[in-house]
Design a binder for this molecule. Structure first.
Ligand SMILES: Nc1nc2c(ncn2[C@@H]2O[C@H](COP(=O)(O)OP(=O)(O)OP(=O)(O)O)[C@@H](O)[C@H]2O)c(=O)[nH]1
Ligand SMILES: [Mg+2]
Length: 316
């Protein structure tokens, strides 16, 4: 059995192509902006200000923008620089800063099952991400069960069942309106009785400022712990990259309630706000496990710092 997060190097070219394509909107903004600022000019105060502003508008956040430009100025201030040099310097700096958070989701084989709770706001891509992960885990020969913890909508159960049919993973569900926490508890019991490798628990989308729904999420975690106090072993917060800066308050709220252990950024392909990954990584230091770069089953890939940084700065 291989680690699902380590991809086959022969696939790398295809994957890199997809990542680069997925980041095209973000890199067009950043790399294009740098190109407009610099054909070849001296790196003076005005140029640095222009760069800093560009990075902020590309959702890297004020702190990252300040650090990148300060670091650039350390070696290049007063010198002639080209846009390509600036991009290369930023890509290297970002790759270094992202390296500590670019961590694979490791399934602990001693946990039967390894419980992954998937949380996030409405429509962020939770169920789709579960489907993509299920496919990867099943391809790796793992026994996977899915729990349809979104008990509010019949369509949510059906969506998960489609993934179950595609992958052969059993789906545990209840009637609409059933208690999500007791569904999660029952699912864990069933999955443990089968000695599954992985139990993926889907949850209803909830806005981070809706107190009652967030309390329900806390209850799901509490109830799971009654069965296995080490569970959930992973709490994945799925963030839609297109929301940009709003992702910060989502990380804060979900971390406080459910003890988020790692992030998945989806819809990176549909936004120029991919730079928010850098801002989140530096601010929260949470592992970034995966990026979603499309709706297809293969469009979820491990997050690697160097590839992401290069893609963001528009390097092929
Ligand atoms: N382009 C793109 N679309 C994505 C990606 N991930 C998910 N989507 C799409 O986003 C939409 C919402 O995805 P879901 O998986 O249903 O989101 P959810 O978080 O489960 O939604 P709720 O259960 O309603 O909270 C769907 O149309 C997905 O196909 C991605 O990485 N890229
Ligand atoms: Mg869903």
């Amino acid at each position: 059995m291989t680690n699902p997060s380590i991809y086959d190097p022969s696939e790398k070219k295809g994957w890199l192509g997809r990542l680069t394509a997925g980041l095209r909107k973000s890199s067009a903004k950043i790399a294009g902006g740098i190109g407009d600022l610099f054909t070849k000019r001296k790196l003076d105060e005005a140029a640095l200000e222009g760069l800093e502003e560009l990075l902020i508008t590309a959702d890297l956040g004020a702190a990252v923008a300040a650090r990148l430009t300060t670091n650039l100025a350390k070696t290049r201030f007063g010198k002639d620089v080209t846009g390509d040099e600036v991009r290369a310097a930023f890509a290297e700096d970002i790759a270094t800063s992202l390296a500590p958070v670019a961590l694979p989701l490791v399934i602990d084989p001693t946990k039967k099952p390894f419980v992954i709770l998937v949380v996030g706001v409405n429509g962020s891509g939770k169920t789709t991400t579960i489907g993509k992960l299920t496919k990867q885990f099943c391809d790796d020969g793992r026994a996977v069960t899915l729990a349809a913890g979104d008990t509010f909508r019949a369509a949510a159960v059906e969506q998960l069942q489609v993934w179950g049919q595609r992958t052969g993973a059993p789906v545990i569900f209840r009637e609409t309106g059933a208690d999500a926490a007791s569904l999660a508890f029952d699912a864990l019991n069933e999955s443990a009785a089968r000695s599954d490798d992985v139990l993926l628990i889907d949850t209803a989308g909830r806005l981070q400022n809706k107190g009652n729904l967030m309390a329900e999420l806390a209850k799901i975690v509490r109830v799971i712990k009654k069965k296995d106090e080490t569970a959930p072993h992973s709490v994945l917060l799925v963030l839609d990259a297109t929301v940009g800066q709003n992702a910060h308050s989502q990380v804060e709220a979900f971390s406080g309630i459910a003890g988020v252990t790692g992030l998945v950024l989806t819809k990176v392909d549909g936004t120029a706000k991919g730079g928010v990954v850098v801002a989140l990584a530096e601010r929260f230091g949470l592992p970034v496990h995966y990026l979603g770069v499309g709706e297809g089953v293969d469009d979820l890939r491990p997050f690697t710092a160097g590839d992401f940084a290069k893609g963001l700065l528009g390097f092929p």
